[in-house]
Ligand binder design. Structure first.
Ligand code: FES
Length: 181
């Protein structure tokens, strides 16, 4: 600050005194007064420091926040889709029974009706409840609002708008295999 005062006074003196020689030394090559040039340099330096500090701050913020976000939001498990899958043992679905298996993203009910295996989605097309095999009525029943489906997924009665999507099921050796229909 003291320097600025000196330059100003020097400039003023130059203006009052020996004129041309003094004023030419107080001008920078761009034609700006020396004190204005110093201010520009000061602003440039300040701007550079602000950018450096800002950059460091951003790096620290990112390195702090990123692990927290990764901790809060778990990674999405990518389940690859397969055309067919061994889901269990044939003994798990004895005659006149049904069992629900996971097949890709679907819940599938496999029904053994007197040795004949059928499979369809286990998710009711009304509001998404899981259905079950009702052996007494020989049909698939939704416990939520009473939707009834045939073993093959077709609608018998109830509020459901659509039949159950159908899959294939077979026994190979001692395994039950579900495949896309
Ligand atoms: S969800 Fe199955 S009948 Fe409503």
């Amino acid at each position: 600050m003291a320097q600025q005062g000196n330059f100003k006074s020097s400039s003023r003196m130059g203006g009052l005194g020996d004129g041309a020689s003094s004023s030419s030394t107080d001008l920078l090559s761009g034609g700006k007064p020396r004190d204005q040039g110093l201010k520009d340099v000061d602003f440039e330096r300040r701007g550079f420091l602000v950018k450096v500090v800002g950059g460091i701050g951003a790096a620290v913020a990112v390195s702090t926040i990123y692990p927290i976000i990764k901790y809060i939001i778990p990674p999405v498990l990518k389940v690859s889709s397969v055309n067919e899958l061994i889901v269990g043992k044939a003994t798990e679905v004895p005659e006149k029974s049904g069992k629900i298996y996971q097949f890709n993203k679907d819940r599938v009910i496999v029904i053994n009706d007197n040795g004949k295996l059928t499979a369809c989605s286990a998710v009711c097309t009304h509001l998404g409840c899981l259905v079950h095999w009702d052996n007494a009525q020989n049909l698939i029943l939704c416990p939520c609002h009473g939707a009834k489906y045939k073993q093959t997924g077709e609608i018998i009665s109830g509020p459901q708008p659509l039949p159950l999507p159908v899959f294939k099921a077979r026994v190979e050796g001692e395994n039950i295999i579900i495949s896309k229909s």
